[in-house]
Ligand binder design. Structure first.
Ligand code: COA
Length: 418
């Protein structure tokens, strides 16, 4: 087993949770609707399906659902801080973390706030969490990363949309991944992707963003090597930020060339790409969706293996860091997640996907109730007086319906499974 070089104390990920919307669109259907060869989305971008949130789901409900899973085995009284990373936030002032704090009834002394730096905000939160726990090892930090990736209809980014949330409990008892202290980071002022306050969809120069991603990877890797003295060969697997899964191939090939070792073996990335291929981009969550995918789907026991992790946030900030998988980690994960959470989602038609995305909450303060769709244990029930209203709902039956991929049809103001 590799040593974590973490002095006496190990700090890292104790628990993980994930939540994805209960609806998805096959990219083959989107390709047909947009008149594009399906190979472009399926092979060229490496995406198969995209998660689509219904109108009564947002970053808060997804985060609360993911956190509920992560906290199932953690004493919530030990949670000292809740950090909410998102780039599709719902308020310019009040942190989405406070809604989650309320929905999960976390202790009143738990600090709760939001963090932003595009898709890298979750990793910035992680580094802060490590510092908090190193200083007060009896405390734990809950990080939620939750996003809805929206580029707009008929844009090059449309097939890379998606949605989802990951929650991580960071503590001095890391039962899943012990994080190592060496980090390489990189910041540069670039305009590859941004979203002004008055827009619902991001402005993106996609081709340029790929170039900057690869440059930031090289720069943060170089700094990580200077700190750690490690070679790429000393990392058994790598997980990359995944705007679309082919990006991981590009990144791994780029890094292997730079590191000057063996040619890149992209087959080793396959386990980390399985979930994202079916969820799409989840911005701040996407690196950690990839990590969960690797840990939950790898056929071999990864205990003792060192993972290299690369986080990229447009604008831009990036980080390369590493962790060592803990013995017994599988007991704390959900190896049947794909069949329980992904295979049971409901297939949307392109028309309904567009209807979900076109849905807007009123902006004039009037009372409005959102149509009821299938969600997790929390839903956005409506708005009133410019306030978002959330409610807990009965746990969704983990259904394996007789027609598991039945299309959804519109019923009155809502939607239901056909
Ligand atoms: N069969 C198989 N592959 C095909 C194909 C087909 N019929 N048609 C095209 N392709 C391949 C292309 O060769 C290309 O592969 P390559 O990158 O290895 O050259 C890939 O599919 C994408 O095609 P491309 O023409 O480059 O797509 P695009 O111009 O429509 O946009 C993005 C691609 C990623 C720039 C766009 O989806 C985007 O802007 N996404 C959002 C931003 C983003 O994700 N940035 C990443 C860094 S954060």
């Amino acid at each position: 087993m590799r040593s974590t070089k973490h002095n006496q104390m190990q700090v890292g990920i104790e628990a993980l949770g994930m939540y994805v919307p209960r609806y998805y669109l096959p990219l083959r259907d989107l390709a047909a609707a947009r008149g594009v060869a399906p190979g472009k989305f399926l092979q060229g971008l490496g995406q198969e399906e995209m998660g689509v949130p219904p109108p009564d789901e947002d970053v808060v409900t997804m985060a609360a659902n993911a956190a509920r899973e992560a906290l199932a085995v953690v004493d919530t009284d030990s949670i000292d801080t809740l950090m909410f990373a998102t780039e599709s936030g719902i308020d310019q002032s009040k942190a989405a973390a406070i809604y989650v704090h309320h929905l999960l009834q976390l202790p009143k002394y738990c600090k709760s706030f939001e963090i932003k730096q595009a898709c890298c905000g979750s990793t910035a939160a992680l580094q802060m969490a490590l510092a908090i726990v190193a200083q007060r090892p009896e405390r734990k930090v809950l990080i939620v990363a939750s996003d809805v990736a929206r580029y707009g209809f008929n844009t090059p980014g449309e097939p890379t949309q998606g949605a989802g949330a990951v929650a991580m409990v960071i503590s001095a008892t890391p039962r899943i991944l012990a994080l190592e202290p060496e980090w390489g980071a990189y910041t540069e002022d670039v305009m590859d992707f941004w979203r002004p306050n008055y827009l619902d969809e991001a402005v993106v120069d996609g081709k340029y963003s790929i170039k900057v991603y690869l440059k930031a990877l090289a720069e943060s890797w170089t700094q990580y090597v200077a700190e750690s003295g490690r070679t790429l060969a000393q990392h058994d697997r790598c997980c990359y930020h995944l705007p679309f899964t082919r990006m991981a191939h590009k990144a791994h090939q780029h890094l292997s060339k730079l590191a000057g070792g063996d040619p890149a073996d992209v087959t080793l990335l396959a386990d980390s790409l399985q979930y994202n291929r079916r969820i799409g981009n989840s911005y701040t969550a996407s690196l950690y969706v990839g990590l969960l995918s690797l840990l939950e789907t790898a056929a071999t026991d990864l205990a003792g293996q060192r993972l290299g992790l690369f986080s990229y946030g447009s604008g831009c900030m990036a980080a390369f860091f590493s962790g060592v998988v803990m013995k017994g980690y599988r007991k704390h994960l959900q190896p049947d997640r794909a069949s329980v959470d992904l295979d049971t989602r409901h297939r949307l038609t392109v028309e309904l996907y567009e209807a979900f995305y076109r849905h807007e909450l009123p902006r004039d303060g009037r009372r409005y109730r959102t149509p009821v769709n299938e969600t997790g244990n929390f839903r956005l029930s409506g708005v009133e007086g410019h306030k978002r209203l959330y409610e807990s709902c009965a746990p969704v039956a983990r259904l394996v319906p007789e027609t598991p991929r039945a299309p959804v049809r519109r019923v009155g103001g809502g939607y239901c499974i056909a």
